[in-house]
Design a protein around this ligand. Structure first.
Ligand SMILES: C[S@@+](CC[C@H](N)C(=O)[O-])C[C@H]1O[C@@H](n2cnc3c(N)ncnc32)[C@H](O)[C@@H]1O
Length: 360
């Protein structure tokens, strides 16, 4: 049993480290927004004056940021003893992948952006704790929307069509076959999953649905820049809309069911969307089967998402199931059963953060 003093010191040290990490993450966000990392990657070694000029920012601020990033070990400096304006700073190649490569599975900058969207919305979340109300996803603004899209973009670009769907043999074969399959990507957000599916399967047509108008605008803009723009169409629609009927060979919901205020109604609507021989695949968080404390990193991460974002978002509408990010497998099974599905299979797809369900 740890003594009270040891417990005190351990927590103080841990929270100090967390605070330092949080502050440094904010400076990463600044570097991202101001285009500093990109400029350093393009220009190579730069002085503060050169970086400021390349990015249209003020030299004194650029200098402070460069010094801070070097001290934090994110950038490298050629000669620390040189005068402040003469020092040349560079972005190590491995760090560039983490900071600016939007398709890399190591790209972490969107998590900094997500944190900033949480911070921006925190007063409204605090108020919701007092009143029992909610905070709409829209309130997390373009930072939240961009961050969500960019955070999942690498997994969709690399794994969805490359590993995950090929692992579901009958779905994979149908998506490759004729007549061309139709896919409904429900709660598609920035549309990267819809785009990835169209890229992986050259026959399919994907309809992306989301009730957030700004997300659909973003998805349309994202698709317009790709070669699959003619096979991906985005619609502003609520997943629970009973009018949403179709005959899709594949219906997907990626990391969104737990955000929905009425997940059972949404799943019922999905049953109306899918063709008789079609498949419904839900990807949600790989949380533990039961509440255990303390939890591992995934559990800790998901609970922070839940407290700061997903629960308030879910409670923004009434009535609401109030699910939160930590939607356990048993909850998924209950929702599916209430929606009229006879069976929920947990698919043998391994991922650190996501779990896949097939609903029949
Ligand atoms: C966490 S984001 C996930 C977006 C995207 N699937 C991804 O993986 O990046 C959740 C999305 O669910 C959407 N959403 C929530 N409730 C919805 C509903 N009832 N119908 C359609 N979309 C909904 C939100 O607008 C938001 O874009």
């Amino acid at each position: 049993m740890a003594t009270e003093e040891a417990q005190r010191d351990a927590l103080a040290e841990r929270l100090f480290g967390a605070a330092l990490g949080a502050y440094e993450l904010m400076t990463v966000h600044l570097g991202d927004r101001l285009g500093y990392y990109r400029a350093l990657a393009e220009r190579g070694e730069s002085t503060s004056g050169e970086l400021a000029e390349a990015t249209g920012t003020e030299e004194r601020y650029a200098r402070e940021w460069l010094e801070q990033q070097a001290v934090a070990g994110i950038l490298e400096v050629d000669d620390a003893a040189a005068g402040p304006g003469e020092r040349r700073y560079r972005l190590p190649a491995g760090h560039a992948e983490v900071l600016i490569d939007r398709d890399s599975l190591a790209h972490v900058t969107p998590m900094a952006r997500l944190g900033m969207s949480f911070a921006q919305t925190l007063p409204a979340v605090e108020e919701a704790f007092r009143t029992g109300g909610g905070v709409s996803w829209d309130a997390f603004g373009h930072l939240g929307r961009d961050a969500q899209g960019d955070a999942n973009r690498p997994v969709f670009a690399n794994l969805l069509g490359g590993e995950w769907l090929p692992a579901i043999a009958d779905v994979h074969e149908r998506l490759l076959a004729d007549p061309p399959a139709r896919v409904a990507d429900v709660a598609c957000g920035a549309g990267w999953s819809s785009i990835a599916m169209a890229r992986a399967y050259p026959n399919v047509h994907v309809d992306g649905y989301d009730l957030d108008e700004a997300s659909i605008e973003l998805a349309r803009a994202n698709a317009a820049e790709t070669e699959v723009a003619d096979r991906v169409t985005f619609h502003v629609r609520d997943a629970g809309d009973p009018e949403l009927a179709g005959s899709y060979q594949l219906v997907t919901v990626f990391e969104a069911l737990h955000d929905m205020s009425q997940p059972v109604e949404a799943l019922r609507a999905l049953r109306g969307l899918v063709a008789d021989d079609g498949a419904v695949i839900v990807m949600d968080e790989r949380v533990a089967d039961t509440f255990t404390a303390p939890g591992d990193e995934v559990e800790r991460l998901m609970y922070t998402y839940s407290v700061l974002c997903c629960l308030p978002v879910g409670l923004a509408d009434t009535p609401s199931a109030g699910t939160g990010t930590v939607m356990r497998a048993a909850t998924m099974r209950r929702y599916a059963s209430e929606a009229g599905f006879a069976d929920v299979e947990v698919l043998p797809i391994e991922h650190e953060v996501f779990r896949f369900y097939r609903l029949r």
